[in-house]
Design a protein around this ligand. Sequence first.
Ligand SMILES: Nc1ncnc2c1ncn2[C@@H]1O[C@H](COP(=O)(O)OP(=O)(O)OP(=O)(O)O)[C@@H](O)[C@H]1O
Ligand SMILES: [Mg+2]
Length: 457
Amino acid sequence: MKASNSRLFLTYSIIVVAVIFSMGRIIIPLLSGSERTIAILTFLGGLIIFFVIIYNIFEKYIKPVRSASLVAEQLVKGNYKARTYVSQYGEAGKLSNTVNVLARSLQEMTIQEKIQGNQLETVIDNMESGLMLIDERGFVHLVNRKFSAIFGRKVSDYIGFLYYDVLEQENIHKAVQEAFLYEEKVKNSFTISMEIEKRYIEVVGAPIFNEKKALKGAVLVFHDITGLKRLEQTRKDFVANVSHELKTPVTSIRGFAETLLDGAMEEKELRKQFITIILTESERLQALVHDLLELSKLEQDELKLNLKVIGVSSLFNTILPIVKHQAEQKNISFSATIDNTIEMYVDPERLKQVFMNLLNNAINYTPSSGEVRLNIHLVDGFVKITVSDTGIGIPEEAKNRIFERFYRVDKARSRNTGGTGLGLAIVKHIVEAHHGTIHVESEVNKGTRFCVLLPSQ
Ligand SMILES: Nc1ncnc2c1ncn2[C@@H]1O[C@H](COP(=O)(O)OP(=O)(O)OP(=O)(O)O)[C@@H](O)[C@H]1O
Ligand SMILES: [Mg+2]
């Protein structure tokens, strides 16, 4: 029995004892002899019966009700772990049961609420977009982790401040003002300098209303659209480059055809010269279209490689005679050191394309009486293929760009050699599809060395 319950029980007992004792004091002096003894025994018996009754009432009714009311008090205070002692008798028993069921449901509800709250917090914090919540007066109430990563300050530097005091971008201010003014979703974008690069951020502002449709604030979502912007730019550049590259031979073909029709056809010498130009230009056009188709095929995600195990010697058997012939014609000395024991698991046709491109470049960009070398050997489980020349070299700033489509260091020179500027872009795609790498070392007027590493088998 708890102290307060014992005290109550004691109080009731004292009252009963006092009442029976007073009755005894009044009645017993009026009696005599055996009557007196009977009366004393009756009072004592009554006293015991009263005690038993009080004890029972106390245990079965008063104690459970008091315990239930204490638990109800705890529940009001938010302590949902509180439980009452369960009596097995009648209405008091039902009451304590119900109180316990109520406490359990409240506890479950708070646990659920906590889980949901945690889930929401996790989602908000791990979103790929920045998030900011402001109230109708412009005070920031919530920002997530991505938001602070975009703007570069701690979460606590924003919460509780006016948005225009902590964010300087005019376009964000505009988005908030428009969301408040027009009470509808608005979009805007701005740039922000992060470390060394510029990022493009799109902000979407949406007003928040309460049940009575009154404006309560705004939520702003920030998307980093730098990747998309870059892609858009690459596409624009590509389309511009393709049109430009196609325009040159087409203009030339058309020009010479018109000149022929205007009378040049009559002169045998001119006719031959112009038709030869038309033929060369149409070959260029054909090469360009072929390379573009090749590249678009390679860029499809599901580039299918026709992989098979092949010895290095048989891979180069068909390439070397052509390259030797080209080198001879330009009076370039060509040498190949090949470890013929190497076997590779590759797409032979695609790899031939790679080495033809690299060797053609080496010959094309090396003046006569220069040297071109091909070297193939195994290094740490990789097949290392190097193509080096003693040619014009590639300037430092161009090294990273030569693998881009249409990039040529010296446009006029490359065009003279029939180049489309797509060769190395194709090479890189094929090497990467084989899980290999390619890199270039070069010094202007000294020479260039391309190095391809492919996994052996
Ligand atoms: N061995 C090399 N020495 C010097 N410059 C090179 C060498 N290989 C490539 N380059 C430079 O890189 C540019 C891109 O080469 P790439 O092979 O992609 O195009 P291309 O040779 O101009 O045309 P094609 O698509 O017909 O091969 C070339 O225009 C050239 O300026
Ligand atoms: Mg080339």
